[in-house]
Design a binder for this molecule. Structure first.
Ligand SMILES: C[S@@+](CC[C@H](N)C(=O)[O-])C[C@H]1O[C@@H](n2cnc3c(N)ncnc32)[C@H](O)[C@@H]1O
Length: 172
């Protein structure tokens, strides 16, 4: 991804990938979009089932904020503790240089994340994400949504790379 960008990570969990984004791309501004919400019915998700609770999610949020306290203080990083659709809606269209999608992996959520990101990323910007080609508890929702998006938006995007579980698309 381009350096010094205005970018967003949808779904950050404890911030391991956030840390890589900061180290490798030195963004001008990185928005972390994550509701840190326990969803009981997602019993196989990190944020669902018996191993999770809202208390634990609040702890994950707090410790992730602490992990990046310097970047938060400088304004390089900002948390939007919200569902990705609601959070992205707060931005003007064509705002971001790139958006990384790794939030709710169910088909209907990934579909929305892709379509909303398409609006919010500038022309020449990137829509990228994780867990393509993985079936998981989300029943292959990422692969299905990405494939459908590539087909439906074929005149408006270029597939830059699909390697392993990572996909990179460019808005034309
Ligand atoms: C797979 S983890 C993210 C892992 C992280 N990107 C990394 O590589 O270290 C998925 C995250 O998505 C978040 N999430 C779930 N539903 C979401 C939604 N509707 N919008 C944004 N994030 C969501 C969860 O709270 C969880 O932290």
């Amino acid at each position: 991804m381009p350096k010094k960008a205005i970018c967003a990570e949808i779904g950050a969990w404890k911030g391991d990938f956030t840390s890589e984004i900061l180290r490798q791309t030195k963004p001008k501004k990185l928005y972390i979009i994550d509701p840190y919400l326990h969803v009981e019915t997602y019993d196989k998700a990190w944020y669902g089932g018996l191993d999770s609770s809202q208390e634990k999610m609040d702890e994950v949020f707090k410790s992730t904020q602490q992990r990046f306290e310097n970047e938060l203080y400088s304004g390089q990083l900002e948390f939007l503790r919200d569902d990705s659709t609601k959070a992205l809606d707060k931005f003007e269209d064509d705002h971001f240089d790139w958006i990384y999608i790794d939030g709710n992996h169910l088909y209907e959520y990934v579909k929305l994340d892709l379509e909303n990101s398409f609006k919010k990323v500038k022309s020449g910007g990137y829509i990228t994400g994780d867990d393509y080609n993985l079936v998981g508890w989300w029943d292959d929702g990422v692969t299905k949504a990405v494939n459908e998006f590539i087909e439906n938006f074929k005149d408006s995007i270029t597939v830059i790379s699909i390697k392993g579980t990572q996909f990179i698309l460019r808005k034309n």
